[in-house]
Design a protein around this ligand. Structure first.
Ligand code: HEC
Ligand code: HEC
Ligand code: HEC
Ligand code: HEC
Length: 169
């Protein structure tokens, strides 16, 4: 290969890597950001439905006696600060500037980090929103099974249709 074409290859490859990293720059924003538009009657009470679901209490659960008992058997002293529990009980395992542990399993656990799609003009354009990281997950049990799987110490067999109905919003 000639030196100039090798340089071209290197350029194309690094441009590709750079563009990929731009897409992965989406940051977590927290429930407050989403609920600004998705709450109340106008927002179809999406926030309120999430708030009354188990997902909003997932971090709180790690402070319960039951959690401490489970953790003890696994040699974990504090479940609320162990990655072994946070990985499923908090969005992105609690890692990321916009993550508040107390919010538990938030909108962005399922819909993807929102910094790039949260603007009104993007939100109203489904294809653009998806391009900017929105995940809708219709009829996709895999979205749930990244947490609802046998690695959960309290695992119960996961019936997608039934569980989906329980968090409908
Ligand atoms: C500035 C207001 C605003 C903010 C902030 C916002 N949304 Fe939206 N969102 C909308 C509007 C408006 C729609 C379109 C609703 C419609 O067409 O019925 C929408 C649609 C959606 C949809 C459905 C998309 C589709 O194409 O079917 C999802 C999922 C969603 N938003 C999740 C989120 C999440 C998660 C956040 C927080 C990271 C968020 N939204 C923040 C206004 C907002
Ligand atoms: C980021 C991890 C995560 C994802 C993704 C996730 N869940 Fe959960 N889910 C949890 C945790 C943790 C709990 C337990 C919360 C508690 O009780 O404190 C839970 C509890 C629930 C519950 C109530 C308990 C039960 O099993 O009946 C339902 C229903 C549920 N999830 C449905 C879903 C559905 C449907 C999806 C996919 C659309 C989903 N979850 C995706 C982590 C997750
Ligand atoms: C446990 C995963 C999960 C969580 C948490 C979650 N969603 Fe969703 N959401 C879904 C799935 C899956 C769908 C697609 C529903 C379907 O199959 O019809 C959806 C649908 C939606 C829609 C589109 C409804 C429609 O059909 O027009 C909006 C808007 C939305 N979610 C916003 C939010 C917001 C805002 C939050 C946080 C307050 C949130 N979601 C939390 C999984 C989740
Ligand atoms: C692989 C993901 C995952 C991990 C890791 C995980 N959990 Fe969970 N946890 C879940 C899900 C999903 C639920 C709700 C459904 C279920 O129990 O299967 C749940 C539910 C619970 C519940 C409520 C059970 C009930 O119904 O009373 C407790 C307590 C709990 N987890 C504690 C812990 C502790 C403590 C750890 C760390 C040692 C941990 N979990 C690690 C996913 C996980």
């Amino acid at each position: 290969m000639k030196k100039s074409s090798l340089m071209l290859c290197v350029f194309v490859l690094s441009a590709f890597v750079f563009s990929q990293s731009l897409y992965s720059q989406a940051k977590y924003t927290g429930v407050k950001t989403c609920s600004a538009c998705h709450r109340g009657e106008k927002g179809k009470n999406v926030f309120e439905k999430w708030q009354s679901s188990a997902h909003s209490k997932a971090f709180e659960t790690l402070k319960s006696d039951k959690s401490k008992e489970i953790a003890k058997k696994m040699g974990i002293s504090d479940p609320a600060s162990s990655d072994k529990c946070l990985t499923c009980h908090v969005t992105n395992g609690g890692n990321g500037a916009g993550i508040k542990k107390e919010e538990g399993v938030t909108c962005e656990s399922c819909h993807g980090a929102g910094s790039e799609y949260k603007a009104m003009n993007v939100m109203k354009d489904h294809d653009l929103a998806v391009k900017k990281g929105l995940i809708l997950g219709k009829n996709n049990p895999d979205l749930c099974k990244k947490c609802h799987n046998p690695k959960s110490p309290t695992y119960k067999p996961f019936d997608f249709a039934k569980k989906m109905a329980m968090i409908k919003h």
